[in-house]
Design a protein around this ligand. Sequence first.
Ligand code: PMP
Length: 388
Amino acid sequence: MDREVYLDYQSAKPVDPRVVEAMLPYFTERFGNPASLHTVGDRATAVLDEGRAGVAAFIGAQPDEVIFTSGATESNNLALIGYANRAKREGAHVIISEVEHISLHNIGKFLEKSGFRVTKVPPDQFGRIDPDKLRSRITDDTVLVSVGWASNEIGTVQPISRIAEMLRGTGVALHVDAVAAEGLLPMDMSAVPVDLLSLSSNDIYGPPGLGALYVRKGVRLAAVTIGGGQENGLRSGTENMPAIVGMAAAARISAEELPRESARLAAMRDRLIAAVLSTIPDSHLNGHPTERLPNNAHFRFEGIEGESLLLSMKDKGIAVSTGSACSSKTLEPSHTLISCGLLHQEAHGSLEFTFGRFSQDADVDRVMEVLPDIVARLRRMSPLYETH
Ligand code: PMP
């Protein structure tokens, strides 16, 4: 059996063993509900405060600007629906970039059904959103803009500082889905005027099932989850204490290791990109050549299907992706690649590699041992490639 190689860190990450260790006591002897008034509750409150401070420090925020949620999807729901519903009297227009995660596009459809107008801004061919093009879509009744820090698919990093500066003082709030970039690029809310920022615990090697929404002081939201009033009334439900301890530990480790780890990942990414483009004919890099996540290499191979490539790689023990795991069950081509101007058959021939904390140089070697032969074999069988 071949050694298993996992190059799909964008879909799921293992929890760092150091994080598991930090969490374990909070399942057993250090249990407790922060809402309780007895000593066990007091201790839980202290733990919750510490966890919140830890996550806040990770993004240069104040502790009371962090709301814990169940994950990135819920953070995105609270950000967009919560903000739009609260701001409805000021205006009913929301702008979402075309290269966002499916959760944001579906939230956009929900807002449309609720009476909002939603405009999508297309990227350039590399997946970048131009701040000037974004500005041209703003109207008198625009209340909110949503642009991700980076694409979870093609890895293109957005000019978030420039977009945030462009919106500053306009009265239009900025939401940023930071999930694809967290732990890979530094984020400092004290330096970049973002209003709402979605985070996920698992994306920094913390436990799944927890996320956070940064809400800048003074930015007001309507609650989406109604109940006992936890999390400043914005997200009711008893806090997931072991997971909060885990996310704070994950954030601390991530912040400490980020500069070295991002450089290590970028070196592996660059080696894979150079090897693929120089070895495999009619292969192309999707996304931006330089403004891309340090862990992302996304290719398209003329004349073949990404799905067949993925399955052939799977046979060799290598786990990769054709795009977003969240929409892998549909046969639709990636909306991100189509919005970058690719034809359907080009978008279908794509394969995404994402490196992570436990990736090694040997993983790149293994990919290059098998990928050129797989591409050649599939092309021999492909009527689409005959024309070459
Ligand atoms: N935003 C982005 C950029 C993502 O990649 C994902 C999926 N990992 C989500 C949001 C949704 O995350 P979850 O499914 O964990 O709620």
